[in-house]
Design a protein around this ligand. Structure first.
Ligand SMILES: N[C@@H](CCC(=O)N[C@@H](CS)C(=O)NCC(=O)O)C(=O)O
Length: 222
């Protein structure tokens, strides 16, 4: 088994970095963390030493990079089958992969208008009909997974897995922008917020002081 080194960006802002970090930490998989910081334009200083895409996150396995949060989470799940990071049931696993892929490639309105900014509070900012449609789709995914596959615990497929790591940054956005959720969606968001890895990430994000202008469309406007 290779040594794992996860290269991430600022914990306050880097939603893509949060996914594999939360996955590894919540699954109690040991890894070394390398944090690189964004400049004002949200470019990552020093990332070229690790990532062929110059983006974070990137997982170094010994010295070999795996880039992109989805590929990293798939690789981690494959390396540690005993952690059951995908559901055991075939249909549940198909749906888990589908919702991760949907989250990975979609929700552009939500991402653009409500960037992750854990230490800030911007209630009501960023909302529009298109953003509301994205939020409603997220709520439908959460409710449907919980109803059909969530019997074994409070998370999307019962116990913690890749899908929860994928939606953790969305939960953070809903907190920052004080988004109204259905009771079922709020209960799931609360369960994600209560994960020890999420609490650890949030505590570290709140300590960060860098201001990344490109990720702060609502600064000075509250
Ligand atoms: N699809 C990629 C997206 C990675 C990404 O866009 N990362 C951002 C930070 S959250 C980044 O590295 N930005 C630096 C830049 O655009 O130069 C993934 O899932 O890992």
């Amino acid at each position: 088994m290779g040594r794992l080194k996860l290269v991430i960006g600022n914990k306050n802002y880097s939603s893509w970095s949060m996914r594999p970090w939360v996955l590894l930490r919540e699954a109690a998989i040991p890894f070394e963390e390398v944090q690189l910081k964004f400049d004002a334009a949200a470019k990552v200083r020093g990332v070229e030493a690790y990532s062929p895409t110059r983006l974070v996150p990137v997982l170094m396995i010994d010295d070999a990079p795996v880039w992109d949060s989805l590929a990293i989470c798939e690789t981690v799940a494959e390396m540690f089958p005993e952690k059951s990071l995908w559901p055991a049931d075939v249909r549940a696993r198909q749906v888990a992969r589908s919702v991760c892929a949907e989250m990975h490639g979609g929700f552009g309105e939500l991402r653009g208008a409500m960037p992750m900014n854990i230490r800030s509070s911007h209630p009501g900012k960023g909302m529009s009909p298109a953003v509301r449609r994205d939020i409603d789709r997220v709520c439908t995914i959460w409710q449907s997974c919980r109803e059909h596959f969530g019997g074994g615990g409070p998370l999307l497929f019962g116990r913690f897995g890749v899908a929860d790591a994928f939606f953790a940054p969305v939960v953070m956005r809903f907190v920052t922008y004080a988004v109204d959720l259905t009771p079922a969606a709020q209960a799931y968001a609360d369960a994600v917020h209560a994960l020890s890895a999420v609490r650890e990430w949030v505590a570290a994000a709140r300590q960060e002081t860098e201001f990344v202008a490109a990720d702060e469309p609502y600064a000075h406007k509250t």
